[in-house]
Design a protein around this ligand. Sequence first.
Ligand SMILES: [Zn+2]
Length: 512
Amino acid sequence: MAMRTQTSDFKLENVYDNRLSVVSRASRPRVSKASRLRCEGQRPSTRADRMSATRFHTRSQGPSFTLPFLLALAATVLWSCSVSQAALRGGCSRIDITPPLGTTLIGSKGQPSDTVRDDLYAKAMVLSDGRTTVALLSIDLLYTALEEITEPVRAILKEKLDIPPQNIMICATHTHSGPEVFTRSKLPPKSRVPVSDLAQAYLQVLIRKMADSVIVAHQGMQEVKIGAAVGQVPEVLYNRRPLAKDGRVKTTFSLPPEVVATRRIEPAADGEAKIAFTLLSDGTPLEFGGVDPRVYVLRMEDSEGRIVGSLVDFGCHPVSIYPHFSTAVSADYPAFVTRVVEQAEGGVSLFLLGLAGNTVPIQRGAGPCAQIGKAVGGQAVRQLQFVATSDDVALNARSRQVAFPLKQAPADKAETATLESITTEIQVLRLGDIYLLGLPGEVLVEVGREIRRKAGIENLIIATVTNDTIGYVCHGRAYDEGGYEAEAGASLAQGAGEIMVREALALLGEIK
Ligand SMILES: [Zn+2]
């Protein structure tokens, strides 16, 4: 059975190879605007270059040139500097945020931590085109909360670096083995965590360290070029909302090994894939839904082509570790993904969670966790080789407030329903022709698929659990089909997914 699975995977790999080679051929050659400018005798890129160029002109023209000539030359150089667009600058950093042992964990069984499997990090990427600066934070937490974490971090960065709040995006990696650091104030009262239960001292240090990682990345900015690429890893995940014959979802959080061995991967024309199984245990035929198996990468390299930092975006729930190690601090499989990339390429690698609301690892535990990391990290390393980079990149950022109606409690439990809606934020960072869409909450793959289909943007990277926590964001049909995400997992009323699609498209339309 295992051999059959491997044979099937091999064929699929060839399919993806062909598709990816098209991507590679379509890639633009690396053209540096800075080098073009230098060739054309315009503004040199760096201060050192500018100084050496000025010296070259001065020396080569010899002593026959008069002071007025040199002043005129200097004025010309200064004018040239003032009208040219500054070259793209960027930097990355990472700061350890591992909580002290004893800190209560969230996403697992709510127990205090007693060991550390992976250090947790706040990783930052900062870019500036000379007019606009944007900052991206990847943080090893289950969520970030808008009022409790995101806004305090943004306030520090506004004060220290004068970066506007809407230019700062904070993306949780959604590890289910991280510290409990938010009250979940937007959830129904019964789901909230009392402030007294939070490790306040750690929370305050965490906020400072998150801001510090951006400050350090900002201090290290240098001239860079960036570009994006995409690959696929369909082998490691599945959609946990299969449909039974009656049209209802039978939530399937995990699969026994004998069922995993029946897996079939069916690539779809839209770049997604259907991962199907034969359930041998009770013979119930279930129809498994689609997943987004894409691995998006962004490469940031210095003027010599050496990697400074990278982004890796993949949509599968980081839930490998906690079922087996419920008291261990861990960054789950994203730790392995970024470790693979950093060991192969250097620099700082930031993980962003894609459309993972209803997709989970095909197997769990320490072994499968490392396997996902190597598979996704390996695919990311591969794609990072074929990125067409440029420093001719204009930056822009937008965010908007969005209100989502909440489910209303039945009349006999009306005292628990205190709010009719919650307001949160969606955000877009535009990096030239690359759009990074930040969505709050655990967004189901069907919602993201609708955004992609209607946006028609080639380089659209979607990062979920970004800036805020609002629970699951489901498409309308999910509420009729039932299952964990739309029932116990969702505070938002039916229609939430459609609101998110509409608002995301409007925001992308504003910034296009
Ligand atoms: Zn989750």
